[in-house]
Design a protein around this ligand. Structure first.
Ligand SMILES: Cc1cc2nc3c(=O)[nH]c(=O)nc-3n(C[C@H](O)[C@H](O)[C@H](O)COP(=O)(O)O)c2cc1C
Length: 211
């Protein structure tokens, strides 16, 4: 394993959490921002992490889906308190192929597939009964057949260009290692952990970052 390969580091950290029995280590905050410039964040579940990026599944008609269609950038954050670790990932967003989505759809419990088929994620709902009735109606219509994957239910992948590993340390002298990808190569920089000075010299998309 290359010492400075952030994907390998992420995989090692993730496996350590799984090995330690951490509850849902795959839970990650996903931040998106549409053209109105108003950011929003929610949790989703990481399904795969490899050289290609970090993937999850969603309804692309949702708020996040619409924002990523307008602005195909996203940021992810994991926090694993057991070892005091945070991983932050910034990158561009790409859609996974229909085949990949079909494969994952087939592994989901059938009840979850009915739910995803009956729900229009993030759109207004009059009352809960309406949603439950839609699921029941779909079951009747399909007469025992399995629902096929709706074309709005897709896998998305955050292709990282920045990955930061943060480790808790005594007296808040936390360790921060930032990997930045340029022309396919990862370069590592250390970042200061505290906002002791007003403006840091490290630039984040041309905006100053408070260390
Ligand atoms: C632990 C956890 C895991 C979740 N995983 C997903 C997921 O993988 N995909 C998804 O679309 N929503 C997931 N959700 C629901 C989202 O947080 C959110 O409510 C939904 O996607 C709508 O978000 P949006 O309106 O910003 O698009 C999860 C919620 C929690 C609390």
């Amino acid at each position: 394993m290359k010492a400075d390969d952030p994907i390998a580091r992420f995989t090692r950290w993730f496996r350590q959490e799984v090995g330690a029995g951490t509850n849902s280590p795959e839970t990650m905050a996903l931040a998106t921002c549409g053209i109105d410039g108003i950011p929003s964040v929610r949790y989703v579940l990481l399904k795969q992490a490899d050289e290609r990026g970090f993937s999850f599944y969603t309804d692309i008609r949702s708020l996040k889906g619409r924002q990523m269609a307008q602005n195909p950038r996203a940021a992810l954050a994991f926090y694993w308190p057991r070892r005091g670790r945070q991983v932050r990932i910034d990158g561009s967003v790409e859609r996974m192929t229909a085949n990949e989505a079909d494969e994952y759809w087939a592994t989901r419990p059938i009840d979850s597939r009915f739910s995803a088929s009956a729900s229009h994620q993030s759109h207004r709902l009059k009352n809960r009964e309406q949603l439950v009735a839609r699921v029941a109606q779909l079951r009747r219509e399909l007469k025992g057949k399995e629902p096929v994957r709706p074309n709005y239910w897709l896998g998305l992948r955050v292709v990282p260009d920045r990955i930061e590993f943060w480790v808790r340390a005594p007296f808040r002298l936390h360790q921060r290692e930032l990997f930045m990808r340029n022309a396919g190569r990862w370069r590592k920089t250390l970042l200061q952990p505290l906002g002791l000075v007003p403006i840091e010299t490290v630039l984040h998309r041309n905006r100053p970052v408070f260390g």
